[in-house]
Write a protein that binds this ligand. Structure first.
Ligand code: PMP
Length: 300
């Protein structure tokens, strides 16, 4: 039999060449790592699977303990899916303004939810998870994706090597948005080791109040312990409206229904493409667009 398990389908996502959007830059190749092809629908399947596997190996995650963490959405979905498939209880602290669809998805997988203040965004969820873990340490395995090295290591082991092989070593630039920073740190470290000239570009919102779901404005947030601000070669800021515009262009010009942080990566990619003479730019597209179809920008 050739059948496989659901969790074996995490990773090995396609690297898609943008056909039209990059036309103004004929010597630049724009490639999108389409992470919504993961079974949980986002890049965070990789980190969550890596965190769970590392905790199992260390004996910290057992059937009598509940996996606890804070998440802005996608990591929560990944934990809930993996927890259901492997038989672990999952409890998630999540800002109450998370999308209704994410909340329904988490419930469908059977996760327990603690909704935190929307005003405190993901930092409020982090503080609540820390409080719960400190109060009852034996009840929980606190996965702490922001400080857990298994997060970036999952990308070092999978996302990085996939991109290296898919570009046959021709990549010149990597663009990734910063949430926990796991994607950028792990993928970037692997690629730098293969080819030190690869430029690593980190994407952040241009202001603390933004609509780039999943991304952090680092100077005004709790900075993740796994993030090394000296690591990126380039730091690119994106306005929310620019990302929205790119999401619309991806759908109508490329047939790609991508999420908002994918739009942010593309906005950064086009700025970079206009500045370099030639190159192969790989942009991480963390999730798909179906979760965001009710957003106001689609009505404008
Ligand atoms: N985009 C989206 C939609 C996300 O959910 C996340 C994770 N918070 C990211 C980007 C950033 O990924 P990472 O946590 O690996 O930095």
């Amino acid at each position: 039999m050739l059948a496989e398990t659901l969790l074996e389908r995490i990773g090995n996502t396609p690297l898609l060449r943008l056909q039209k959007i990059g036309r103004p830059f004929p010597s630049v190749t724009l490639l999108a790592k389409a992470e919504w092809f993961n079974p949980g629908g986002s890049v965070k399947d990789r980190a969550a699977a890596g965190i769970v596997a590392a905790a199992e190996r260390a004996g910290m995650l057992r059937p009598d303990r509940t996996l606890l963490d804070a998440s802005s959405g996608n990591t929560g979905v990944a934990y809930a899916m993996i927890g259901a498939a492997k038989g672990y209880r999952v409890k998630l602290c999540i800002p109450a303004n998370a999308s209704a669809e994410v909340i329904k998805t988490l419930k469908a997988y059977g996760a327990e939810l603690v909704l935190t203040s929307p005003l405190e965004s993901s930092d409020g969820a982090i503080r609540e998870a820390r409080r719960l873990a400190a109060k009852e340490p034996h009840r929980y395995y606190y996965a702490d994706q922001y400080n857990n090295p298994a997060n970036w290591q999952a990308h070092y082991r999978t996302t990085g090597p996939e991109i290296w092989e898919q570009t046959q070593g021709e990549i010149t630039h990597l663009i990734a948005g910063l949430g926990t920073s796991g994607t950028l740190m792990g993928t970037g470290r692997y690629l730098k080791e293969q080819k030190p000239s690869v430029q690593i570009a980190a994407v952040q919102p241009d202001s603390p109040l933004h609509g780039l779901e999943g991304l952090k404005h680092m100077t005004t947030s709790i900075v993740p312990g796994i993030y090394d601000e000296r690591f990126p070669d380039l730091n690119l800021e994106v306005k929310t409206e620019e990302a929205y515009a790119m999401v619309k262009r991806l759908a109508s010009e490329e047939g790609l229904l991508a999420g908002i942080s994918s739009g942010a990566a593309l906005a950064a990619g086009l700025v970079l493409a206009s500045k370099i003479e030639a190159g192969v730019i790989v942009m991480i597209f963390p999730d798909g667009g179906s979760r965001y179809l009710d957003e106001e920008f689609w009505k404008q």
